[in-house]
Design a protein around this ligand. Sequence first.
Ligand code: NAD
Length: 357
Amino acid sequence: MNMMKPKLNQVPFVSVENMMRLALDVGVEQCMVELASHIEEDFRRWPLFDKRPRVASHSTDGVIELMPTSDGTDYGFKYVNGHPKNMKEGLQTVTAFGLLASVDTGYPVLLTEMTILTALRTAATSAMATKYLARENPKTLCLIGNGAQAEFQALALKAVNGITKVNLYDIDRTASEKCLRNLADSGLELAICSTAEGAIEGADVVTTCTADKNYATMLTDNMIGAGLHINAIGGDCPGKTELHRDVLLRSEIFVEYPPQTRIEGEIQQLDADYPVRELWQVITGEDTGRTSAGAVTLFDGVGFAIEDFSALRWLRTKVGERPGFSQALDMIADPDDPRDLFGMVQREAGRMAMAGI
Ligand code: NAD
C-alpha cells in the first residue's frame, strides 16, 4: 500500500554473544566510561523523565522486577531478577533483558540482553557517584562481595576515578580468587583480605556488592574512617541490606529516586521521613555534595530505570555504528494495510500452501 513505509517490523536484537563481542570491541573500561557519561547526561535532565518505583514481584527466594521510564522521545524498560540462592545452583543471581521503543510510534527500536549491560551500567553508576561524592584522587577501593558484579565495579572505578589498588573480600575466598585471576592483567594492584576490616584499611572508597536475601551487616560503624565514600549497591530489596544502621546515621546519604530507595535501599532501616539527598541534584549543582573532607558519604544505590534507559540509548548508538553486532528480529506484525492484520495471516496460509509447508 504505502511503498515509502519504513521497515519498522525488523527490530535490532543484541544477543549475549553480540554484547560480549561489542564490549570487547569497544573495550570494557571504555564502555563504562561512555556509560557513566550517558547516565550523567540523563541525571542532568532528571525532571523530564517519567519516574516511578520499579514494579517488583517478590517470592520466597527472589524478586522479578520491571523498570520502565521515558524521556518523552524514547521509552525503555528492563526485566530483571534477583535470586541470591541461584549462585549455589550454578545460576546467575541477576539476569536481565530490555527494550527501547519510540514514543512517537510505540514501535520497539531495540531489544537486548541486559545481564552484561546491567553489570556495566551498575559499575558505571558507582563510578559516577564516586566522582561526585568521594574525596579527590581516590586510590584504594575496598570491594566487599566478589561475585558477578565485582570486576566491573573495580574496572569502572579504575577507568573513571583513577583507582589503582583494590582490596578484595568475600565470605567465599574462591570468589576473591576468581576476581584476582580475572583482573590479573588490569594494571590494578590487588590483594585478597581475610576479613572485611582488613580490606577496608587504607581504603578511600568501599563498594559493597554482596547478595543475601537478609538484613546483613558488611560494615559496622567502627570500621568507617573519616572521609570515606561508600557505594552500597548489593542491598536492593525489602529485607536485604548490607550496612549497620549506625553507619547510615553518621553518613551523608545520597540516593537515586527516594520513593524506590526508601522501599529497597539501606535507608529502609531509617524512618520514612529521614532526610536523604538526591544524586542528580549533586550532578546539576543544586546540591554541593559532601560537606567536608572528613564527612562519610554513602551512595545507597539500588539501580534505577533511568540508568538502564541511558544504557539502552548508548547501546542503540553503538549497534547503529556496528551493524554486525545485532540481528534483525521479525518482531512486529506490520501488514501493508494496517487494518488488514487478518488478511496478512490469510496470505501467509496461501504462501505456505504454495511452498508445500
Ligand atoms: P553474586 O551472587 O554473583 O555475588 C555475591 C557475592 O557476595 C558472592 O560471592 C557471595 O559469596 C558474597 N557474599 C554474600 N554474603 C557476604 C558477606 N556477608 N560478606 C562478604 N561477601 C558476601 O551476585 P552479583 O550479581 O555480584 O550481585 C551482587 C548484589 O548486587 C546482589 O544483591 C544484586 O541484587 C545487587 N545488584 C545491584 C544492582 C544495583 O543497581 N544496585 C545491580 C546489579 C546487582
